[in-house]
Design a protein around this ligand. Structure first.
Ligand code: NI
Length: 153
């Protein structure tokens, strides 16, 4: 396990704009990647991290919203959403930027774990927000493109 360097917009905007590819090999290399992503996320005090953020264009992200239980998602698909929430977001790859983004209140995700086993989970609140944010990374989308305009300014 190791901490990897996080790709940031000021030195890797092109990398971050890529669409990640589905994982086909559930091997030790994938397990190492996920372990490193977990270490990297924790070291950076993040609640989520996508593989593209460490320069690997695979459809993988990790999320940990309570500081204790980490979840890993391989080849995730958001198959259902309920409601909406508007909260402030940031991103480890976009330092110094925060903004309000509209996300579903609740999302249902189908994904695989590191061994290829399929699962489905429904999450809400911050967890749902993190899943949507990280899933966007897999499609080359950064949260700052979704920041809501503040009409009061
Ligand atoms: Ni991010």
């Amino acid at each position: 396990m190791a901490i990897r360097q996080i790709v940031k917009v000021n030195n890797g905007k092109e990398v971050l704009a890529n669409t990640s590819k589905p994982v086909e090999q559930f091997d030790s290399k994938l397990a190492d990647l996920i372990d490193d992503m977990l270490d990297t996320m924790v070291a950076a005090n993040g609640v989520g991290l996508a593989a593209v953020q460490v320069g690997i264009l695979k459809r993988v992200f990790v999320v940990c919203v309570d500081g204790e239980t980490a979840y890993e998602f391989v080849n995730p698909q958001i198959v259902g959403t309920v409601g909406e929430q508007c909260e402030t977001e940031g991103c480890l790859s976009v330092p110094g930027v925060q903004g309000v983004v509209k996300r579903p209140q609740k999302v249902t995700v189908k994904a695989q774990d590191r061994y290829g086993k399929e699962f489905e989970i429904t999450v809400d609140g911050l967890f749902a927000r993190a899943v949507c944010h990280e899933n966007d990374h897999l499609n080359g989308v950064l949260f700052d493109s979704k920041i809501m305009q503040d009409d009061s300014k």
